[in-house]
Design a protein around this ligand. Structure first.
Ligand SMILES: NC(=O)C1=CN([C@@H]2O[C@H](COP(=O)(O)OP(=O)(O)OC[C@H]3O[C@@H](n4cnc5c(N)ncnc54)[C@H](O)[C@@H]3O)[C@@H](O)[C@H]2O)C=CC1
Ligand SMILES: O=C(CO)COP(=O)(O)O
Length: 377
């Protein structure tokens, strides 16, 4: 495999946030030929990236491309930028955008979210927070998601991802920049499904971690993954996603990767909870971002508003709140009805098919009006 290029020929790209995923994505872009500048909060990290071509805290053992540079000056990082990639913890996005806004006021750069959380308090997806704070044309915004454990990709293991934007042209442009010999990007225009896939699989990965920590085996895990995908689909579809997006890389694909891998921070956080550590202990022990912990409450609030049942996510919340013994976690809660919805129909719609019906109606209306979608993953 020969991903390296000597001289950058692609777009000028800036990555805001030099943690594990931001730095890995910077490497993906640079190996694809983009001229990449990393913005790091800490000057010493910017210096390490510039001089040693390393990010030893977040990506130990990885050599970064020689063409990649870094700065801790926000304004410098954005000079002449054509694509801005955002990779900070979701709960800090809004404050970061406030600093970015004046610097991007005259720019028509594309803005791409690499994050997999929703904002506490508002329940907004990251692309919605970006739109609110930058007040830019939504067609300039894209999101990236998929089974993308940073360290595996930094080691150049072949991986696929989805780039999604309301605008097909934006999705295509970003997908071209974020593509190289070990990273393959597909496009779609279902931003809602793509973003929620990444957020929701984190919550199921926490549940799987809990099960691992308790010491339960593969049957319990397979049951939770399968029922978890049903919950993810029901929730996302009720909130406007296309159901097939959840069957693709940004849904099922990411769910498998995150639930299976000890590299996953959400999975790790769950494992600690399953071993009996309290939520506070887990937060103290986590050195990196585990988005699922902050997304549980806003997701359950949105689920209540959309009248979607999420029994597994409810149980994760109860374990986090110390209100449920991790050993009691199960693929579904006991309900009045002996048969959980979905196993009867094999579709898994918690509302008896209403969400799927509404989604199909939407898709039908879209095609009838000359819409339609391209580039499925
Ligand atoms: N690590 C992974 O494998 C993947 C992560 N993601 C997503 O990428 C996003 C970023 O996660 P990671 O890079 O993994 O996290 P990380 O914990 O490795 O790095 C977070 C970075 O943000 C910085 N940071 C922390 N608080 C900040 C603030 N208030 N303002 C600005 N910067 C701040 C940290 O210094 C660090 O550089 C998350 O939403 C995560 O879900 C998505 C795909 C893969
Ligand atoms: O999103 C990821 C893989 O696709 C990374 O998962 P974690 O945030 O749980 O490490």
């Amino acid at each position: 495999m020969t991903p390296k290029r000597t001289a950058p020929v692609g777009p000028r790209a800036t990555v805001i946030g030099s943690g594990s995923w931001g730095t890995t994505f910077g490497k993906i872009l640079a190996d694809g030929g983009a001229q990449v500048t990393m913005w790091a909060r800490r000057p010493e990290l910017a210096q390490e990236i510039n001089e040693a071509k390393r990010n030893s805290r977040y990506l130990p053992g990885i050599n970064l491309p020689r063409t990649m540079s870094a700065t801790h000056e926000l304004a410098t990082s954005l000079e002449g930028v054509e694509q801005v990639y955002l990779s900070v913890p979701s709960q800090s996005l809004r404050e970061n955008l406030k600093a970015l806004r004046p610097l991007l006021a005259d720019s028509d750069a594309k803005i791409i979210s690499l994050m997999k959380g929703v904002e506490r308090g508002t329940g907004l997806r990251m692309s919605q927070v970006i739109h609110q704070e930058l007040r830019c044309d939504p067609d300039r915004i894209a999101v990236a998601s998929g089974p993308n454990l940073a360290l595996e990709i930094a080691r150049e293991q072949p991986t696929a991802a989805v780039i999604s934007s309301r605008s097909q042209e934006t999705a295509d442009t970003v997908a071209r920049a974020a593509r190289n010999s070990y990273f393959r990007t597909f496009v779609n225009t279902d931003v809602i499904g793509t973003e929620f896939g990444g957020v929701l699989k984190n919550l199921i990965a926490v549940a799987i971690g809990i099960v691992d920590g308790v010491g339960y085996g593969e049957n319990t895990k397979a049951s939770i993954i399968t029922r978890g995908l049903v919950e993810m689909t029901d929730f996302a579809v009720a909130n406007g996603a296309h159901p097939e997006t959840l069957q693709g890389l940004a849904g099922l694909g990411d769910l498998i990767a995150t639930c299976q891998s000890p590299l996953s921070r959400n999975n790790t956080a769950g494992r600690l909870l399953g071993q009996g550590y309290s939520f506070q202990d887990v937060v103290k022990q986590m050195q990196q971002t585990a988005e699922g912990l902050a997304s549980v409450a806003p997701i359950l609030q949105l689920a209540r508003e959309a009248e979607v049942d999420m029994p597994i996510v409810e149980q994760v919340k109860m374990v986090l709140d110390g209100k449920m013994d991790p050993r009691d976690i199960a693929p579904h809660l006991t309900t009045d009805d002996d048969t959980p919805q979905g196993e009867r129909t094999n579709h898994g719609q918690a509302d008896g098919g209403g969400a799927l019906r509404r989604a199909l109606q939407r898709a039908f209306d879209q095609f009838r009006n000359g819409g339609g979608r391209a580039g499925r993953d």
